[in-house]
Design a protein around this ligand. Sequence first.
Ligand code: CA
Length: 455
Amino acid sequence: MKSIILTSVLFFAQNLVWGSDQPNIIVILTDDQGYHDVGFNGCKDIPTPNIDRLAKNGVVFPNGYVSYSVCGPSRAGLLTGRYQGRFGFSSNPTLDPGAEDAGLPLDEDMISEVLGRAGYHSMIVGKWHMGSHPFYHPLRRGFNEFFGFLVGGHRYFPEEWVLWDLSEVKQRGDWYRTKLMRNFERVEEAEYLTDALSREAVDYIYRRAKERAPFFLYLAYNAPHGPLQASEKYLDRFNHMEAGKRKTYAAMVSSIDDGVGGVLDALEQNGISDNTLVFYLSDNGGARGNASNNEPLRGFKGSMLEGGLRVPFAMQYPGKIKGGQVFEHPVISLDILGTMAGLTGAVIDPLKPLDGVNLVPYLMGMRQGAPHEYLFWYHGDGDAYAVRSGDLKLTMEGKGGEPALYNLASDMHEDLDLSRSKAEEKAVLQQAWDEWMQDMKFSTYRTLSNDVWWE
Ligand code: CA
């Protein structure tokens, strides 16, 4: 009798849990995509009908930021909902699979772990970059499934994946040539990389749609990060363009767009689109070398200028959030976990509070104003930094220069330094950053650029 009552209670509880309060979540993260290189931000030479469809179904964030201007630290922020400097993840770590300290610290809670405790099943498809040592494997960080690669990038054609694993690395860049992984196993794969990742994402949605539990899918494309490699299928769409970097980049963005279309179709075909949040963003601004376009912003990947930090950013949640919105206040990738924690009531470690906030009340009109009073950034050595409050941004580009003050409402390109005319406002921003910085740490691990672990 007792067990029948318990079973009934559990069944009831599960049915309560599996409701609109526990939506599915999909984060589609691209790599080094330029601010301008989506239709919803004005791109003309690369059609992105599916990414635009997502934006039209939901909300565009023209002031959408990431918490760092290169891959690894930006992802560490996104995945923890906290400024990654709080735990010293402030540069790209070495990819040495023997480096026990070069990864996202195990005592930090990742979104996969937070949602896992709330009953979510989760999968990462694509790029990990949160540590190559077996300690840091995604399946040890709350994910139930993994298909992709551990390091910060990859070549795109299967015939180039000639190394079994990272132990065979002999020179810089070899890590882009390993076999892909499914969970803990190396696998043979025949498809163009972006297509393989899209296929796995769609397959996961179909499989999870049958289960009575919410899911989290982290679809971390490495496109359009270098090396610039596109398959004929996508290059053929751009035959009107001159052969060169921009053409290949366009084809790579187009391959992502097909993948986004597949994801949205899979949600609709399974009747779960209304109850699924889908975020789309890039991990940092367009890179100088991949023919991306950050207009009308200045600067590239790696910079504290807007071109490094502000990214294409949109989301849809059709069951709750009205489509066709443009949300002008600054938001940041940290808000993705903030939003999910707010929606699900997932337990957050009180000693490690989130920096991200729940955006849904703002998008439903239940809360007014800006979600953040300040947003902060600093580069690995602390020489370059930035802080934004309202329309004002203090930008210190580093290299021994002086911080400048810009009004982004009238000067998105950060040309006109207002340091003299707005000295008081500048001092307030500087002081806010100084105080915030007291809680940040620098990385202590060997970094991607300074390590030669294969020698
Ligand atoms: Ca990146």
